[in-house]
Design a protein around this ligand. Structure first.
Ligand code: MRU
Length: 369
C-alpha cells in the first residue's frame, strides 16, 4: 500500500482505537512506542479526555501529523517526542534506497514540521533526528535517536520538578493555565511537575486551574491530572483569574511555554499574557517552567515567535455543539506572547533562571552542552 492510500485509510477509518479503563487511577502513558524499530506508536487520545481513555495506534507519519494537528497529542515536549517517532514511521514507509536515506528523512521531517508552528520542541526534535541520520543514515540510528529524545524529555521533566518545588510553600494557592503535566510531556510535565514534586515532598497546597478556552485543556486535562494525583484543585473560568489574583487569593502563578526567545519573551497558551499582567499589577510571583528544548536562540524576542491561528470553529462550537449564533466568525490565536519583563523566573531542567534573561539563558544553554 502506498503512503497516500494508507493516509486516506487512516483518515477515513480513524486510527485503530482501543478503549481502556475509565476509573480515576494512574493515566496511561501519553506516548508509548511499542516494539523495536518495526513497532508502532501509541498515543493517548487527548481530544477524548476526561470522559474516555482511548489509545490511538499509529503506523504512518500522516497519522502522527493528524494527531498533532487535532491535539490528540499536545503540549510542546510531547509534540516533539511524537514527531520524532512520526519521522521514524514516515521513513519506514518510504523504505528509502541506499544513498537516499538522508534526503527522504528530510522530506518526511518537512511534512511533520508544519503540523503546528508555535512549539519549538517539534523543530528541536526533528533537527536532532536529522543530525543523527546525517552521521549514520540507518533506521536503527533514527530509532535510537527518537528513543533518546523520549528519555531526555522525561529526565528534563524530573529536573524541572526538583528545581521548582521550593517555590511552593505550605498553604499556598497556585494558579496555572492550560495543561503542563504528564499529558503535555513524557514525564511529570513542566509547571505541573513543580506541583507534583512539592506534593510528593509533603507540601500541602491547592491549585486553581484556568479552564483554558476554547479547547479546555485546563478543565479537561489539568483538573484530571491533579485529581488523579490527589492534589486539591478547583477550575476557574479564564476571565475570573485576574479578579481572583486581585483579591489576594493567589500566592504564585506558574505556567508552561511553547517557545522562549533568546531575551526571555515566551509564547504559551492564549490567556497567559493577561495572567502575567494581573500578577505584575498585584505583585504576585509569575513563573514559567520549561525544558531547555523549549528555548529558541535564533529569535531575538517574542515578536518573532510564529503564533498558530486555529480554525474559528473551535471558538464557535465545542465538540460539534454550537456555542455562538450560526454564521458569526471568530479569531482563534492558540497562543500569546508574554514579555520577559513580567516573568519572575524561568524554571528549567538546569535551575531557575533570573533576569536579565538574555544573559542567564545564554549561560544555561552554554553550560548544558
Ligand atoms: O495547544 P496546546 O494544548 O498544545 O498548548 C499547550 C500549552 O500551551 C502548554 O502550556 C505548553 O505546551 C507547555 S507544556 C509542557
Amino acid at each position: 500500500m502506498n503512503a497516500e492510500t494508507q493516509r486516506a485509510n487512516e483518515q477515513s477509518a480513524r486510527p485503530d482505537v482501543s478503549t481502556i479503563d475509565m476509573s480515576i487511577e494512574a493515566l496511561p502513558p501519553t506516548i508509548r512506542w511499542v516494539g523495536d524499530a518495526n513497532g508502532h506508536l501509541e498515543l493517548l487520545d487527548q481530544t477524548r479526555l476526561p470522559q474516555h481513555r482511548e489509545i490511538l495506534q499509529l503506523t504512518t507519519a500522516a497519522g502522527v501529523v493528524d494527531a498533532i494537528r487535532c491535539l490528540a497529542v499536545r503540549g510542546a515536549p510531547a509534540i516533539g517526542v511524537a514527531a520524532a517517532f512520526g519521522l521514524l514511521l514516515g521513513v519506514r514507509e518510504q523504505a528509502p534506497a541506499d544513498g537516499a536515506f538522508v534526503a527522504e528523512t528530510r522530506e518526511v521531517a518537512a511534512r511533520l514540521l508544519v503540523a503546528r508552528p508555535t512549539a519549538v520542541n517539534l523543530c528541536w526534535a526533528l533537527d536532532r533526528c536529522l543530525a543523527a541520520v546525517a552521521a549514520e543514515p540507518t533506521m536503527q540510528r533514527l530509532f535510537q535517536e527518537a528513543c533518546s529524545i523520549h528519555a531526555d524529555e522525561e529526565a528534563m521533566s524530573r529536573s524541572i520538578g526538583q528545581y521548582g518545588k521550593q517555590l511552593i510553600k505550605p498553604g499556598n494557592t497556585v494558579l496555572t493555565h492550560c495543561n503542563t503535566g504528564r499529558l503535555a510531556t513524557v514525564g511529570d510535565g513542566t509547571a505541573l511537575a513543580v506541583m507534583f514534586a512539592a506534593w510528593r515532598d509533603g507540601v500541602k497546597f491547592r491549585v486553581l486551574a484556568d479552564e483554558t478556552r476554547p479547547l479546555l485543556q485546563g478543565s479537561r486535562l489539568t483538573a484530571l491530572e491533579l485529581q488523579v494525583a490527589g492534589i486539591p484543585v478547583e477550575i476557574v473560568a479564564d476571565g475570573a483569574a485576574a479578579g481572583i489574583i486581585a483579591n489576594g487569593e493567589v500566592n504564585l502563578v506558574i505556567v508552561g511555554a511553547d517557545r522562549i526567545s533568546s531575551n526571555g519573551d515566551f509564547a504559551n497558551k492564549v490567556g497567559t499574557y493577561p495572567l502575567a499582567l494581573a500578577c505584575a499589577a498585584h505583585q504576585i510571583p509569575f513563573y514559567v517552567a520549561a525544558p531547555l528544548s523549549t528555548f529558541d536562540m535564533r529569535l531575538p524576542n517574542g515578536r518573532a515567535i510564529p503564533i498558530e491561528e486555529r480554525d474559528a470553529n473551535e471558538v464557535t462550537a465545542f465538540r460539534g455543539q454550537p456555542v455562538a449564533p450560526h454564521g458569526v466568525g471568530a479569531r482563534n490565536p492558540a497562543f500569546d506572547v508574554t514579555p520577559a519583563g513580567l516573568v519572575s523566573g524561568i524554571v528549567t531542567d538546569v535551575g531557575i533562571l533570573r533576569p536579565p534573561y538574555a544573559a542567564s539563558i545564554k549561560t544555561a544553554l552554554a553550560e548544558s552542552r
